[in-house]
Design a protein around this ligand. Structure first.
Ligand code: BES
Ligand code: ZN
Length: 869
């Protein structure tokens, strides 16, 4: 083979948005023939190409063994093309091309879980986003090349299931105990949405009739024993299909929709056209094996991948810099869907908690980047909290500002204009602007610059004038790579309350100054501005950034009493919760008195438990050690944060002691009709139980053990087990053993067993050693790696002591075996520079020592960004 060096790639591996160029050829159609054997697979491809602009024909390919290239019927010799490790280039190609290639690949030894890979002894699947298709065949593997795919799949009959995208048009015998199917996908798509599945799986079937009358066959494929755990996902799928029709006017466009579950998957799930492939953790759901939180996640991931059919598949991205176009919008859509499934306030609380715990720290450290990055080395490193979560927030801000009706007009315009196209963030904002009639172009600033804006506000009441003035100021931390940071449009949702009665004041236009606030939202889009409310006979209590209307760090000098007031009287559940968090942070970090918080909780809880038990449970959230640590930028000492937090929890447990016990005994999840209410009651009971155990209440252990034994519900069982294990209760060993025996053949439940032990606050190197050398630990299964690593990382004190070697060891081990996962795990250490000395220098030295030992672009890029601070 002719491997020519490619000096361009070697000199600088960075790709820039500004260098975007249209592809020289478009692919009118592709016929793929994939033949799977035990020791290799053969892929034959026939491409019909048409020239679009000048330039060479560039076909990307990686780890492919090229057998032959035929151009317009003529076999090419090695002098007629150049081939290197990344691409096959044909110079002076004619304008109309029929290109036939044949390659050999090795899915049976593909541990990176990208391209076509063997996922289990009886299963082969694909994962092609973002750049996996080039590991299957030579192709212009970029999202702006859309084509019509016809796929033949051939394998031994020991694999009865042979799937690909679109409609099944033929199936038959292939001799020597083999068989085949042929699939045709009528809609044009980029290669990253191609999928095929070869295996031995059982299937759950259902049907759905769209608003247009299309009768769609729904199929979820999983291992036989897991089929009973697919019903929740199936219901969620039908619900999502209806939801997208009702909220966005988008019916499904094919006659079938298939979902395949596999336990060997780097991510959560993938939206391949008509053939989603899911991590088992995001499909399988059953109260007996799955926690409530995991059940909610299954429903939202099913919705997310389904929603991509319109936002991602029918309208896709021009290039990978535009990733947040499809991901940010689709996350916003799945969040909105989930708000309809459970307490909307709690869904928002949980989404914001993720944003603040992951995206805010990412955006304030060395991995900070704009939601639409302008350069990258390895695109896989950019499936980040910023692209996803901040991307979703930008869409939410525009939706908030427009209101339901205008937002819908905007999205209608987007689908109308761009169906079948590969577009940019600018196209999206322009369509929203045109459809709604509201100029949103300054929101592009949000997409193009990094950092979390600081929003400083101060309120001033003037007795004589009976006015209340709010002064706003916004700022961004300077960034070396982005010198021209601009003010962004910040929708500030707000309300005023009567301090004496707790009633919300009606902001009619008389009471407003220059009509600055519309529908409870003030659009702050300058460096500084003020608004004045008039006609107020007493000083009001203001509630700012209701429902977290913008992803900013708000600084406002509430008094503790005002925060307690908001806990009791604010009708926006999110801001009620936010008030508890602000108050708790002050108690924790600034030594404020806890009594005000405790009294407010006691006043609020009884009614709230009846109304929204899940929200009631969230009011007990104490900011995690990890979150608190992320708020500290220098001289961070994890042990100190741990001590302060433990002291607070002990204080709360002491003062709420009786109350916790009474609440625990009074609540019964089985009396709740709705899943979401029962989930709330279970959450609340588990919190009460752990508070009781914290107090050293012996009966708490007995109650926990009873709860553990009596239940058939995973949230209850795991909640009880956690209390026993984390408090080293006498019953802990027996319960852990019992759990293992019960669930040893249920991979996802067993993951919980690993996580729970790794997350023990007093876990040690030995604990991790014991878990990672356990017979059921498997470095080939990302879920199992994450179960231990995720548990360990629940305690920053542990992460930053013995955890450092654990994560560095994993990054090194996975560097070539699974660089996508290796790179992600390493990011756990990205805030090393905030540590106090000598820890800071110690961790830095270890990271630097890793540098010469890693080869993959994924891990190298992450490591050098981490060290660039
Ligand atoms: N398109 C992604 C899946 C993906 C991303 C595959 C990167 C390969 C590389 C999918 O739509 C997605 O975003 N999945 C999320 C879950 C979702 C609910 C946010 C995931 O896999 O974590
Ligand atoms: Zn997605």
């Amino acid at each position: 083979m002719n491997i020519a060096a490619n000096p361009i790639i070697e000199a600088d591996q960075t790709v820039y948005l500004k260098d975007y160029q249209k592809p020289s050829f478009l692919v009118d159609s592709i016929h793929l023939d994939i033949q799977v054997y035990d020791e290799h697979s053969q892929v034959d491809a026939v491409l019909e190409l048409t020239r679009q602009t000048d330039g060479d024909l560039v076909l990307l390919g990686r780890d492919l063994e090229l057998k032959s290239v035929v151009l317009n019927g003529q076999q090419l010799s090695q002098e007629q093309y150049t081939l290197d490790a990344e691409q096959l280039v044909i110079r002076n190609a004619p304008n109309q091309i029929k290109l036939e290639t044949s390659v050999i690949i090795h899915p049976e030894s593909n541990t990176q879980l990208e391209g076509l890979y063997q996922a289990a002894s009886d299963l082969f699947v694909t994962q092609n986003e973002p750049e996996g298709f080039r590991k299957i065949t030579f192709y212009p593997d970029r999202p702006d090349v859309l084509s019509v795919f016809t796929t033949r799949v051939e394998a031994d009959k020991k694999y009865p299931v042979l799937l690909a995208n679109g409609n099944l048009i033929e199936a038959g015998e292939a001799g020597e105990g083999r068989h085949y199917t042929i699939w045709q996908d009528p809609t044009k798509k980029p290669a990253y949405l191609f999928a095929c599945v070869i295996g031995d799986l059982a299937v759950l079937k259902d049907r759905y009739v769209t608003s247009e009358g299309r009768d769609v066959a729904l199929e979820i494929y999983a291992e036989e024993k897991d089929i009973p755990k697919c019903h929740i996902a199936m219901e969620a799928l039908k619900h999502s299909m209806r939801w997208d029709e009702e909220h966005y006017g988008r019916p499904y466009d094919l006659d079938n929709y298939m979902i395949v579950a596999t336990s060997a998957f780097n991510m959560g799930a993938m939206e391949n056209k008509g053939l989603n492939i899911f991590n088992t953790s995001c499909v399988l759901a059953d109260e007996e094996y799955t926690t409530d939180a995991a059940i909610m996640r299954v429903q939202s991931v099913i919705a997310h991948e389904y929603f991509h059919n319109w936002t991602g598949n029918r309208i896709t991205c021009r290039d990978w810099f535009q990733l947040c176009l499809k991901e940010g919008l689709t996350v916003f859509r799945d969040q909105s869907f989930s708000e309809d499934l459970q307490s909307a306030a709690v869904q928002r609380i949980d989404d914001v908690a993720v944003l603040k715990a992951h995206q805010f720290p990412e955006d304030s450290g060395p991995l900070s980047h704009p939601p639409r990055p302008d350069h990258f080395v390895e695109i896989n490193n950019f499936y980040t909290a910023t692209v996803y979560e901040k991307g979703a927030e930008i869409n939410r801000m525009m939706a908030t500002l427009l209101g339901k009706e205008k937002f819908r007009k905007g999205t209608d315009e987007y689908f109308e204009r761009h169906d079948g196209q590969a577009v940019t963030v600018e196209d999206w904002v322009a369509a929203l602007t045109a459809g709604s009639g509201v100029d949103l172009s300054n929101f592009l600033t949000w997409y193009n610059q990094p950092g979390t804006p600081k929003l400083e506000a101060e309120g001033h009441y003037d007795v004589a004038a009976q006015t209340y003035t709010l002064n706003f100021k916004q700022s961004l931390k300077a960034h070396p790579k982005y010198p021209n940071l601009k003010a962004v449009p910040i929708p500030v949702a707000l309300a005023l309350f009567d301090a004496a009665t707790g009633e919300q004041l009606v902001l009619n236009s008389d009471s407003l100054f220059e009509n600055a606030v519309k529908d409870g939202v003030y659009l702050f889009d300058q460096d500084q501005a003020s608004i004045v409310f008039s006609g107020l006979s007493t000083k009001p209590v203001v509630s700012l950034l209701r429902n977290f209307s913008a992803p900013v760090n708000l600084e406002f000098n509430y008094t503790d009493e005002e925060l307690a007031f908001l806990i009791q009287y604010e009708t926006n559940g999110f801001n009620q919760w936010q008030a508890t968090q602000t108050l708790l942070e002050r108690i924790l970090l600034n030594g404020h008195d806890a009594h005000i918080y405790i009294q407010a909780i006691k006043n609020t809880l009884p009614d709230l438990v009846a109304q929204d038990p899940l929200l009631a449970s969230r009011l007990f959230d104490v900011p995690s050690e990890g979150y608190l640590g992320s708020r500290i930028d220098t001289d961070y000492e994890p042990v100190k944060i741990q001590e302060q937090r433990n002291a607070l929890i002990e204080k709360l447990a002491r003062e709420l002691g009786e109350f916790c016990k009474d609440t625990y005994l009074a609540l019964d999840p089985d009396l709740q009709k709705e899943f979401s209410q029962a989930m709330g009651v279970r959450a609340l009971k588990n919190i009460m139980l752990s508070m009781m155990a914290r107090q050293g209440d012996e009966t708490a252990f007995e109650l926990a053990y009873q709860q553990y034994e009596a239940t058939a519900n995973m949230s209850e069982r795991l909640g009880a087990l956690r209390v026993l294990v984390w408090n080293d209760a006498p019953q802990a060993e027996a319960a852990l053993h019992d759990f293992y025996q019960r669930f040893k053949d249920e991979a996802l439940s067993l993951d919980q067993w690993f996580t729970l032990q790794a997350a023990h606050p007093c876990a040690t190197t030995e604990t991790i050693q014991y878990l990672t050398s356990h017979a059921d630990y498997d470095l080939g299964v990302p879920n199992r790696i994450r179960s231990v690593s995720g548990g360990l990382n629940a305690n920053p004190v542990n992460t930053w002591s013995f955890g450092v070697d654990h994560f560095i060891g994993l990054a090194k081990y996975l560097d070539e075996k699974n660089p996508i996962v290796g790179s992600r795990l390493l990011q756990v250490l990205s805030r090393w520079y905030t540590l106090a000395e000598p820890q800071r220098s110690e961790v830095k030295a270890k990271l630097e020592a890793l540098k010469p030992q890693v080869k993959s672009k994924n891990v190298s890029e992450t490591l050098s960004s981490m060290l660039s601070i």
